[in-house]
Ligand binder design. Structure first.
Ligand SMILES: Nc1ncnc2c1ncn2[C@@H]1O[C@H](COP(=O)(O)OP(=O)(O)O)[C@@H](O)[C@H]1O
Ligand SMILES: [Mg+2]
Length: 398
């Protein structure tokens, strides 16, 4: 396999040069950052194959059945992000589109990512088990994006179980069935698949010690209290059963599926899962990464409007990267979207003040409440009128 298309080096190189050309072609962007740019489709797609209208062969019928089953399970678990290739060529359809935002990480993290990508490629070549992966780090730094990119990049399938999607099933007692259904769907496809459990630390959490419930006093308790305790014990037991099922599945010597947990609380994860996982720590972006994140997201955030994008010359981009210190990737994207909305309200007129106002509004929120949702200048403008925008602009230029 000397000429393997799976080779991560080839891939990284290809992605890098594609982005570079793209940057060259667009005067608003500058190239040559320190950050390596990784991976394919940063955006997730929901891909449905056309249903064959005249099911003739056995194989076709089986395919339709699998497709229906997939849809059924995905709907039940509220899964909207998945990609299940039916052959190796299909991954070509998902190859890097240089106009799509790319995940950007620093050199050290990129190295770690390449190592894991190589492990996945080896697993494909030797038909050995896929690695399990833990992506840890604060909210909004690109863990989910990275999990999907790793799968696109290596050509394997993925199913992303959204954050909290299992809770409903734990409450109704269908948790094990729901989990097994997902595994079965993944296994029904020919290519290896990674099941991404978004913010999934609770699903592989260290299991509680059994006697905890006994530690209470022996005094008579109100009926409702007893009932409540019984219920929470049932839920706890179900959680443990689910953790056990996932641990069992992730530890199988012969398996075609791997697990990827994204989390900002990796300390709660069961040590049995940790020891059999590759852990990648993702952190908030530094100056150079922030610049690259701005560059990779600008075209989509500004709807590929060449005139507006021309505003963002090298100097401006660097100024923005400096002013967005402490921002996560998500914070940056939100500010860019806010900028675009402001510019729309300003009838397409983009100014330094409008750029600064959106960054400032996000900065205030980042400093107040950590990397969560920020207020939007565009929203304030609509709500309170132009005066807010003017005062923000004055604050910025002061
Ligand atoms: N390192 C990054 N590079 C490029 N875009 C990023 C990065 N981090 C975050 N983003 C943007 O923010 C969005 C949210 O990030 P996400 O992957 O959900 O973060 P997390 O899972 O760590 O909370 C992404 O879809 C992407 O648009
Ligand atoms: Mg996430």
């Amino acid at each position: 396999m000397a000429n393997s298309t799976y080779s991560s080096t080839t891939y990284l190189h290809a992605a890098g040069s594609a982005t570079y050309n793209f940057v060259q072609d667009h005067p608003y962007a500058v190239g040559g950052g320190a950050a390596l740019i990784l991976g394919a489709g940063a955006l997730a797609y929901k891909y449905l194959r056309p249903t064959p209208t005249n099911p003739e062969s056995e194989a076709e019928r089986a395919m339709i059945e699998r497709q229906n089953r997939t849809k059924e399970v995905m709907d039940k678990l509220l899964i909207t992000e998945y990609h299940l290739p039916i052959n190796k060529n299909e991954k070509n359809q998902w190859a890097t589109d240089p106009t799509k935002p790319q995940p950007i990480f620093d050199k050290a993290t990129t190295k770690e990512i390449e190592i894991v990508a190589k492990m996945i490629e080896k697993a494909i070549q030797h038909q050995s088990p896929l690695p399990n992966i833990i992506l840890k780090g604060p909210a909004g730094v690109g863990k989910t994006m990275l999990g999907e990119a790793l799968c696109y990049k290596t050509g394997i399938g993925f199913i992303r179980i959204p954050s909290g999607a299992m809770e409903k099933h734990i409450k109704t007692g269908n948790h094990i069935t729901a989990f097994r259904d997902v595994v079965k769907v993944a296994e029904s496809y020919p290519e290896p698949t990674i099941i991404i459990m978004d913010d999934g630390e609770e699903l592989v959490a260290q299991r509680p010690e059994a006697q905890k419930a006994e530690a209470k006093n022996g005094a008579a308790q109100a009926h409702w209290l007893v009932e409540q305790e019984r219920l929470s014990q049932t839920i706890a037991q179900r959680r443990t059963a689910l953790v056990n099922a996932i641990l069992e599945e992730s530890g199988k010597a012969y398996r075609k599926i791997g697990f990827c947990i994204t989390t900002n609380r990796d300390e709660v994860i069961d040590s049995a899962f940790k020891t059999r996982s590759k852990i990648i720590a993702v952190k908030s972006p530094d100056f150079e990464e922030r610049k690259q994140i701005i560059i990779t997201h600008l075209p989509t955030a500004f709807k590929f409007d060449k005139d507006m994008l021309g505003f963002f010359h090298k100097g401006r981009l660097e100024e923005m990267a400096a002013k967005t210190e402490g921002f996560t990737g998500r914070n940056i994207v939100k500010s860019l979207e806010d900028m675009y909305a402001c510019v729309q309200l300003e009838k397409g007129n983009i100014t330094q003040d409008s750029v600064d106002a959106s960054i400032l509004a996000m900065k205030a929120s980042v400093e107040r409440s950590g990397p969560k949702k920020g207020p939007s200048v565009a929203h304030s403008m609509v709500q309170l009128g132009q005066s807010v925008f003017n005062s923000l602009a004055t604050m910025v230029s002061a």
